[in-house]
Design a protein around this ligand. Structure first.
Ligand code: NAI
Length: 410
């Protein structure tokens, strides 16, 4: 594999990234125009997909020379089996991606830049396919079918689902899974697994309905026992790393309680002498839905002090965050604590900042980056950028459709 010219790779991507929205629109139009049958592999609503594509590309470009990149791409390739990604699809995606880059980057898309990106994409594909092949060799399915065995509603917007995967499903407490409902085909959303592995093999999901979110709405309002959902392989690094007995703090906000519950269940089994703090945060007292479970766990973990925090009645939900930050500031000893943090991204960012001020080493503040690894660069175009957009693509002309569709080639 030739050495990729990293400086060129990054400078071309920097130009493309500034016009991410245009690039992504062009990319999908190009991909589906050239390979019409590929459209059926993607969900009806492409918006979340678009954000994720750029977030992953930005991550790969930033980490291209990082020794951790092969592992990251291997896991990504393994995970892409659930999208039915074949070598032919990787090739088609690469072709459309480079076409979109060429179209967006204008004069910055030199022969050398194209060479750097062609080589980089070949490397990305090779590593992702290697990860996928390994998972096939290990006998891992592309996804796990799981029967819904219980569905409990808390208020209008929250549900706790118990699922029984049809094949053995192994996860570590604190990890998450991709979940797809047949009611929203091919759309995968990420949810933390809300329990340590159980003898009966069931797993638990806590779902909060997101405004405009088709999957969360289907899972909360329409899913019933007997339905079958799909689970991806578990992922995520919000797993226990604290030595037995050492101080730690768990903070779960809203359904961020889910991974905290799994971690506490694990600690109750393996480290009942654990010392530290638990903060359960919700936008209202009624939505502290995990209270009964937390009380049961706290009785098994007497070294943990539990604090419940909610916004006052008729106050905005963010008041709970202010109350949490005040509570954190009133405690000491933060330099000694590992902190496990789960909840909405805004809360994660504010809490991590305050913990750093209070003396916790940022490397000891653990949380998931959900769902993108970095903030997606996709944003609305400015009026000036819109004005400078290149003319419409020539390949929109049906007469230009001379190439074979991917599915014909595969
Ligand atoms: N592993 C993880 O980190 C998990 C994260 N989540 C995330 O947690 C959220 C759960 O949603 P809900 O249960 O509806 O929570 P929610 O919207 O009711 O929020 C719970 C609390 O978080 C705080 N909060 C919410 N938005 C905030 C913001 N922008 N800035 C500062 N504080 C904020 C408020 O104190 C609020 O009372 C989702 O965003 C979900 O993606 C959920 C499960 C696991």
């Amino acid at each position: 594999m030739p050495r990729v010219d990293l400086a060129l790779l990054r400078s071309a991507f920097a130009v493309v990234e500034r016009r991410a929205e245009h690039t992504v629109t062009y990319f999908y139009a190009h991909l589906f125009h050239r390979n019409p049958r590929v459209r059926a592999l993607f969900p009806a609503d492409l918006a979340p997909q678009r954000d994720r594509l750029f977030a992953v590309l930005a991550e790969v470009v930033a980490r291209f020379d990082d020794p951790g990149l092969p592992g990251y791409l291997g896991r990504l390739g393994r995970d892409h089996r659930r999208f039915l990604a074949t070598p032919a699809l990787y090739a088609a995606v690469g072709e459309s991606l480079l076409a979109a880059f060429a179209q967006t980057a204008g004069a910055a898309w030199t022969v050398e830049a194209e060479k750097a990106w062609t080589e980089a994409y070949a490397r990305i594909t090779e590593l992702m396919l290697r990860g996928a092949e390994e998972s096939v060799r290990e006998g891992e399915p592309p996804w796990w079918e799981a029967d819904v065995v219980r569905h409990e509603r808390y208020g209008g917007d929250l549900a706790v689902l118990t699922l029984r995967p049809r094949r053995p499903y192994r996860h570590r407490p604190g990890q998450y899974a991709g979940v797809a409902s047949p009611r929203v085909p091919r759309a995968w959303r990420t949810y933390s697994l809300a329990a340590a592995p159980r003898p009966d093999g069931t797993v638990e999901l806590h779902v909060s309905r997101v405004r405009g979110g088709a999957t969360s709405t289907a899972l909360v309002t329409a899913t019933r026992p007997g339905d079958v959902l799909r689970l991806s392989a578990p992922g995520g690094g919000l797993v226990s790393r604290t030595p037995p007995g050492a101080p730690r703090t768990y903070i779960g906000a809203g359904t961020g309680w889910a991974p905290v519950k799994a971690l506490l269940e694990e600690a109750a089994e393996t480290d009942p002498g654990a010392r530290g703090r638990v903060f359960a945060v919700a936008r209202s007292r009624e939505l502290l839905y995990g209270r009964a479970d937390l009380e049961r766990l706290a009785a098994r973990l007497p070294g943990l002090r539990v604090t419940y925090i909610a916004a006052a009645p008729r106050h905005p939900r963010a008041q709970a965050t202010e109350r949490l930050l005040t509570a954190l500031r009133s405690r000491g000893g933060w330099a000694d604590h590992d902190v496990y943090l789960a909840g909405p991204p805004g809360l994660l960012a504010e809490t991590a900042e305050v913990l750093a001020e209070l003396g916790t080493d940022p490397a000891r503040v653990r949380h998931d980056a959900l769902p993108p690894v970095r903030r997606p660069a996709v944003r609305a175009l400015s009026p000036a950028e819109r004005l400078l957009l290149p003319p419409p693509a020539r390949w929109h002309d049906p007469a230009a459709r001379t190439h074979l569709a991917l599915s014909d080639r595969a």
